[in-house]
Design a protein. Structure first.
Length: 227
């Protein structure tokens, strides 16, 4: 009888995980995703092989995306366009922006307990940033490397990654050779240099606040002044 009561208790608790994809990219949106699942079903995430999206192949992520969607109570995705990212970076507020978007996701999930992957050097401060925008009152855990520690956050990382990959696919349908979208990618930076050289401006899907592109635009403007 006590075992049945414990099962009912576990089944009534909703646990959420929140993570992002594309924070450091120079092309495409920042995507934040939240996954909410019954505590009694969390073991299924581990059984199906859910891990941090960065250690999974594209094929594995695609398979797990469907399985996560099948067993999750709620899944919430928010996309932040480059213009909004740039505005926050100019005010040195990218962490606050990400916290605000994570709070919006948490508000939609309906979880009793939530784990978030912390981008701030101070997890407690980041938890406070999120709390400023919450309209609900879950038990909130802000942790570094939560996408490795918590399988629910790992699930959220997969959802965020798939959603961002779809955004990147749409950009690639219009423009070839954009690479991964990260400034460490030579192919991505070559594309941006060609685009700026041809058009005299950055593509609308690029983040002009990122140093490599900002410097490139400044050099282009100086060249125009000399001519």
């Amino acid at each position: 009888m006590s075992i049945m009561n414990n099962l009912r208790l576990d089944d009534s608790v909703l646990v959420g995980g929140v993570d992002e994809a594309g924070r450091g990219s120079i092309i495409g949106p920042l995507v934040v995703a939240g996954v909410c699942i019954r505590e009694s079903r969390i073991w299924q995430l581990s059984e199906m092989g859910v891990k941090d999206s960065k250690v999974l192949s594209p094929k594995a992520r695609a398979r797990l995306f469907g399985e996560i969607m099948r067993i999750a109570e709620t899944v919430c995705i928010r996309k932040v366009n480059p213009v909004e990212v740039d505005a926050s970076v100019s005010l040195r507020g990218l962490n606050r922006l990400e916290a605000k978007v994570m709070a919006a996701v948490i508000n939609k999930m309906g979880a009793d307990e939530v784990y978030v992957d912390c981008c701030d050097i101070n997890p407690l401060r980041y938890r406070d940033y999120i709390g400023q925008h919450l309209k609900c009152n879950p038990m909130l855990h802000s942790m570094h490397h939560a996408d490795v520690i918590s399988v629910v956050v790992s699930a959220a990382s997969i959802i965020a990654k798939i959603a961002r990959d779809e955004e990147m696919r749409q950009i690639r349908n219009r423009y070839r050779g954009i690479g991964s979208g990260y400034p460490s990618d030579d192919r991505t930076m070559s594309f941006i240099r060609r685009y700026v050289s041809k058009n005299g401006s950055a593509p609308e899907f690029a983040r002009t606040s990122w140093k490599p592109l900002r410097h490139l635009l400044e050099q282009t403007a100086q060249c125009k002044l000399r001519t």
